[in-house]
Design a binder for this molecule. Structure first.
Ligand code: SF4
Ligand code: SF4
Length: 253
């Protein structure tokens, strides 16, 4: 509407149209910062006026509230991320809000500078968190689906302490080489092919690929119980490749 009405607003933003603000994933926001953006603005339809039964704008709001706490956690100014709700007919409001946001981000300064954090350090923190997005969304799934009716509740949805413990107690999965029987069940169920699997070979989780969904933990037959859940401590190194072959007792004789 702002464009159709020929309203002036800053050209220092790049617009990306999506079908619904709920389509804007936490990962997209983190990637925007990783790609050098100084601020991210999300414009959604007014709450309770969503065209879809999913009410995606509530999801977008909760994602922003979560992301702002994550930004705080890594030392990035949360004011660099804003969400506002308006109807498609409110071109004047859109132009005002965008101009105000860009002005505020400019006052904050370039990414990482005003935070006094080395840009590369900040980027590596963002990369680590981006890898954890599927895990974060799984752990916070219930809260992300909440419908907050009152802006006073916004700051309480995710607390700083909660986000600190989320990252402190992040879960990893590890296959105990002394228990794995190479039945291959876990590898077939892993949604991201993160399990290095071969016949008669002890299976190993590629921690770089693992999205921490816990499927292998659930899938490993209880009689083997080879998948271990680890929280708050480092994952043991993988068993070397040359030691992965399983020699059955009957064949040893
Ligand atoms: S936790 Fe999920 S992603 Fe990771 S190895 Fe197990 S099944 Fe694959
Ligand atoms: S399901 Fe368990 S026993 Fe089977 S390959 Fe995976 S970790 Fe090993």
């Amino acid at each position: 509407m702002a464009g159709v009405s020929r309203l002036q607003y800053t050209n220092e933003i790049r617009l990306i149209r999506v079908m619904c603000s709920g389509r804007v994933d936490l990962e997209f926001v983190l990637r925007a910062f990783l790609n050098g953006m100084d601020g991210v603005f999300i414009g959604g339809c007014r709450l309770n006026e969503c065209n879809y039964i999913t009410h995606g704008n509530y999801h977008a709001l909760n994602m922003v509230l979560l992301c702002r706490k994550i930004m705080e956690h890594i030392g990035l100014n949360p004011e660099r991320l804003r969400i506002e709700f308006m109807s498609s007919g409110e071109g004047i409001l859109f132009a005002e809000v965008i101009n105000d946001f860009v002005k505020k981000v400019k006052n904050i300064g370039p990414f990482g500078i005003s935070e006094e954090i080395d840009k590369e350090e900040l980027k590596s923190k963002l990369i680590e968190i981006t890898k954890l997005v599927p895990y974060i969304k799984m752990v916070k799934n219930e809260k992300l689906g909440t419908r907050l009716e009152n802006p006073e509740e916004y700051d309480q949805l995710f607390t700083s302490e909660e986000i600190d413990s989320l990252f402190r107690e992040v879960v990893s999965y590890y296959i105990d080489p002394t228990k794995c029987q190479a039945c291959m069940i876990c590898a077939k169920r892993c949604p991201v092919e993160a399990i290095i699997s071969a016949k008669k070979q002890i299976h190993v989780i590629d921690q770089e690929k693992c999205i921490k969904c816990g499927t292998c933990f659930e899938a490993c037959p209880p009689k083997f119980g080879a998948v271990t859940k680890i929280s708050g401590e480092p994952v043991p190194p993988p068993i070397p490749e040359e030691k992965r072959t399983i020699v059955r007792k009957s064949k040893e004789k």
